[in-house]
Structures are given as C-alpha cells and as structure tokens.
Ligand binder design. Structure first.
Ligand code: G4P
Length: 539
C-alpha cells in the first residue's frame, strides 16, 4: 500500500499542467511547436504547422480552421522534459473563442504569458491575464520575438507592470536585440549564455561564456558589452527580487526573454519553467480542500467536444484529474446525477491521433467517451462525493435568430443545437410564448456563429442562415414572483429562456440594462451562471 502511495505521490509531483496565454500573432503556435520539439515529441518543428495556404497546427482539426486560418478547438499536448510530465493545454488563438479559453484555464495550474516585444501588452493578453489572476494561476512571462527590433526591455517591463499591475522580476536579460540578439544573462545562475546559429526547426546550440569572452566582445563590441553589464547591475539594485511564494500566489511574474522562431532563449526558459511551475496543487471542493495525492480518483469536466472524428460520431468529455489515479475501466460516481459510470473508453490526444489511456494521474487530462451524460463543470469521483468550483457560462454579447432553410430538418437542428450548446460552443435561447419558433443563439464572439453553421451542415446535415438581433447584453434574472412580461420592450428588450428553462432578459443597450436594474430592485441580474446548477450558487 505504501509503495502505491509513494508511486502516486511521485507521479503527481512530476506533473506540470499549463496553458499559454497571448494575443493572436504573438507566437503561441510557434512556441507550442518548439516546446514539443524540445520535449522530443516532434523531431522537426514545422511539422506542427504547414505554412502557405493558411495555418494549421496539429491541434487544429476542424475544416473551418483551415479555411479561416484560425485555431478554434482546444486540445492537450503532452511531452516529457527533464523528468517532468508536461501537459500543455492548447487554447484557441482567436478572441471570439475566448470562452473556451476561460474554461481551459480552469484546468491549468500555471500559465505562460507570451508578449510580443514589438507590440507589448495587447488587449487579449489583458483579458486572459485577468482570468488567470481571478483564478490565482501563477504566470511565467516570455517576451518573444527578440530577434526583431522591438521595444526596449526596460520599457516592456514597465508596460507589463503598469498595464497588468503585476510586478516583473526578470529571470534573464537579453544581450542585444534584433539582429544582435546573441545571448542571455541568466540572473539566477549569474551566467552568460551565447547562442550559436539560430536553431529554427532544430534545437539551437548554446554555450556558457564569461564577461571577458573574446568572441562575445567581437560580436557585441566593447560599448554594448559594457551597456549590458550596466543594465545587469541596475537590475540588481532596482529590479523586483524574485520570491517563489509571491509567484505561486500570482503576485509577481518571472520574465524570460527569447525568440520562439530562432529558438534562442527557449531552453533557458524551459529549464527554469519545469522547476517554477507548481505540481498539481490542493483544489477547493464542496467538501473542503482536496490533496492531489489523495488516493481516491476525482476530476471535473472542463470541455466537451462532439464529432471530433466524423466517422465515429462520438462525444468526448475532457476531464482534468484532481486527485488519485485514473485506471481505464474503473467506475466513478457522476456527482450531479448520482449515477455510477464505467470509465472504460478513455483517450489522449496528440493532434489528429488519439491513443488509449490505461492510466493517468492527478494533473493529467483524459478524454472520456461520453454517451451524453456529462456536462461542462461536472465532477466525477470515487470515495467521498465532492464538487469542484464550477465553470461559469458568460453572458453572450452577440445574438442571432436561426433561419432554417429546410423545415423538414427541424429535428436534426434541435439535436445539433442541443449538442453544440452542451459543448458550450454556443448558447441557445427560446421565446417564452412560442417555444416552437426558431431559437435565438448567443455568443461571446461572432465567429462562433460561423462555426455553428459550419458544424450543423457538416455534422447534422442542416443548412441554416442567421438574422442578426440588436441585443448586446444578457442577464439571467431571479426573484420572487417575477413578472416576466414586464421585461418586454418590443424590438429593444426581450425576455427569453435558456435550455434549462431559466429566464433571462436581452437588452439592446447598457442604458436599458441599467434602467431595468433601477426599476426592479427586488430582482437579481446575473451575468454568469453555472450550467446545471441553481442561479444562486453562481451569482
Ligand atoms: P499565434 O499562434 O500566437 O497567433 O502566433 P504564431 O505562432 O502563428 O506567430 C505569428 C507570426 O509571428 C508568424 O509569422 C510567426 O512566424 C511569427 N513569429 C513567432 N515567433 C516569432 C519570433 O520569435 N520571431 C519572429 N521574428 N517572428 C515570430 P507570419 O508571418 O504570420 O507567419 P509565417 O509566414 O511565419 O507562418
């Protein structure tokens, strides 16, 4: 028994489960590909993405992604590095799919925040940073594209601190920028690292050097070398010192510099990252804190994806394991319904290939074949029944009414929308009085509608069009003896119900929303709800 427990503890301690957050184009795909290269999961970077006619990563699988050159889906990539088992949660790059990213971050223990050194802190980075902060996820910063002439490193640190409000503690410091970005000074090891030949699709070379290194002097010149020494000295006196506890509490971020494209600075970042990133930590549950090395298995669903393989018409629920060991074929209780499920079909994904998982540990992600029982946020466990902190559904900001081209396909439309709504790909609402009328769809980003139309056609054989609706805000409402008709204002404000029959009001303007709140003091207006749970729990 002791041996089993020791093994469980060692396996959990080796897990690093993380996500990369960034604004589109900062280099997330490139960095992902390089991490896999360094982790030995790929032999030549570039096989992840074919360049030319649009973008494609191994984790992209939908046709629409290829057509539009965006990354819509989320998957998990695994690789080994320095004896650690790394789980990289891939998130959609386009901000229209940010809801998916928010959900994925619930499953991550650490985030790498990627900053483009030319553009600095961008809007999507700010949003995602705030989600990490809300969830207390520690953040490691990687300033990318140092091979380009970007902003001054001091200016970048200042910008991150000012815009995001998090103190920066540079772990290393670049030697030169742009074409003359030749190496790094590792502040923690107090050593100089000089790059040899930009790596590109193969691992880059690196050698240690001293301050009086002849080659370094030749490349940088006396002036620039002296400047570097001055900068390093300045950081010692004026920089924020690194503090592990503050980092783990999300109160400070270590900063690394490099170029994902040329591989310069990747190894130094990864070498430190595996030690910096925490192993799975204690998670809060309805029954109190839960230790990841607790032997009884538990986990929660953070993503559902149907029809990943059109030939099999399957539905996969992605579960983040929070304690214990998962063994294929085991039984687990589905906390929301109280049913016992046999977890016999479990898979892990690497690009389009999926492999059967026989065992996995706390921190890992497993894909479970789901007969239609699981919902996002659901808990699965053995032993004591616990529920994990939920994953809220956010209030949509765009609304359309579905136009069904072929009325004979109503049944397929219903089935498809039910499925897509359970996946969290879109939110579906109905008119209160005329439930048979074509439904209203709500999304956080408009591209979601295109994905829905595309998937309904491809996976359910239904062609639909959309009529844009003027609403911009949605609030679930709760209160005693609500007069739902009182919230109707034709054309500008409407009261509808969601798939679980909960009423919500759609508003055209923030003025109307504020007015409704003002006039209905006894009503609670809720902007994010937990699927399958009561409003009050979510409010
Ligand atoms: P994303 O997933 O965050 O959207 O970014 P992605 O990796 O696709 O990178 C966006 C662009 O930035 C790509 O160029 C990529 O090659 C480039 N890039 C990424 N990392 C670096 C870096 O370290 N240095 C430089 N100079 N460029 C970098 P593109 O022209 O849009 O595409 P491609 O023609 O290179 O495929």
């Amino acid at each position: 028994m002791d041996e089993q427990l020791n093994r469980l503890q060692a396996e959990v301690a080796a897990r690093r489960t993380f996500a990369i957050i960034s604004h589109p184009d900062a280099g997330k795909t490139t960095l992902t590909e390089k991490l896999l290269l360094y982790g030995g999961a790929l032999h030549v970077a570039g096989s992840v993405r074919s360049r030319g006619e649009g973008r494609q990563t191994t984790s992209d699988w939908m046709e629409i992604e290829r057509q539009r050159g965006i990354s819509v889906s989320t998957s998990v990539l695994q690789f080994e590095y320095a004896g650690r088992h790394m789980n990289l949660l891939d998130t959609p790059g386009h901000n229209d799919f940010s809801e998916d990213t928010y959900r994925t971050l619930a499953a991550a223990d650490t985030a790498i925040m990627l900053i483009d050194c030319v553009k600095g802190v961008e809007p999507q980075t700010i949003k995602l940073f705030q989600v990490c902060r809300m969830r207390g996820i520690p953040i490691v910063t990687f300033v990318n594209k140092l091979d380009r002439d970007g902003k001054d490193p001091f200016e970048l640190l200042d910008e991150i601190e000012r815009v995001l409000g998090i103190p920066c503690s540079p772990a290393n410091w670049p030697m030169g920028v742009g074409r003359s970005f030749v190496g790094l000074f590792d502040r923690w090891a107090q050593s100089l690292q000089v790059f040899h030949g930009a790596g590109g699709s193969h691992r880059g070379e690196m050698r240690r050097a001293s301050w009086d290194d002849a080659e370094l002097l030749e490349i940088l010149g006396k002036g620039q070398l002296q400047r570097l020494r001055d900068e390093v000295a300045l950081l010692e006196t004026a920089g924020t010192p690194f503090d592990r506890e503050r980092f783990l509490a999300g109160q400070i971020t270590p900063v690394f510099f490099g170029s994902a494209m040329t591989n310069c600075g990747l190894e130094p970042m990864l070498d430190h990252f595996v030690d910096l990133a925490p192993a799975p930590r204690v998670r809060m549950t309805s029954a109190g804190p839960l230790d990841p090395a607790e032997p009884a298995f538990s986990g929660f669903v953070f993503k559902i994806q149907a029809n990943m393989d059109p030939q099999h018409r399957d539905r996969i629920a992605f579960v983040r394991i929070c304690s214990g060991r998962f063994v294929r074929g085991m039984d687990a209780r589905h906390v929301r319904t109280g049913k016992t499920l046999s977890l016999s079909r479990s898979v892990q994904f690497m690009a389009q290939t999926r492999t059967v998982v026989d065992e996995a540990y706390s921190g890992d992600i497993v894909g479970l074949w789901d007969p239609g029982v699981l919902r996002i946020g659901d808990s699965l466990c053995q032993g004591q029944l616990v529920e994990f902190e939920g994953i809220p559904r956010f209030s949509p900001e765009h609304f359309v009414r579905v136009r069904l081209n072929d009325p004979l396909k109503r049944k397929q439309l219903k089935k498809g929308l039910e499925q897509l709504s359970e996946e969290g790909a879109v939110q579906v609402f109905f008119d209160r009085q005329r439930m048979e009328r074509d439904p209203i769809l709500g999304a956080v980003g408009v591209l979601q509608f295109e994905v829905i139309a595309h998937r309904l056609r491809g996976e359910y054989g239904v062609r639909i069009g959309f009529d844009r609706l003027p609403y911009r805000y949605a609030r679930w409402i709760e209160g005693d003896s609500l007069d739902l008709n009182g919230f109707e204002l034709p054309g500008r404000q409407s009261c509808v119900v969601d798939v679980e029959g909960r009423p919500l009001v759609l508003f055209e303007t923030d003025y109307l929303l504020a007015r409704a709140q003002e006039r209905n003091k006894g009503v609670t207006f809720i902007s994010a709800v937990q699927p399958g749970r009561s409003h009050r729990a979510a409010a």
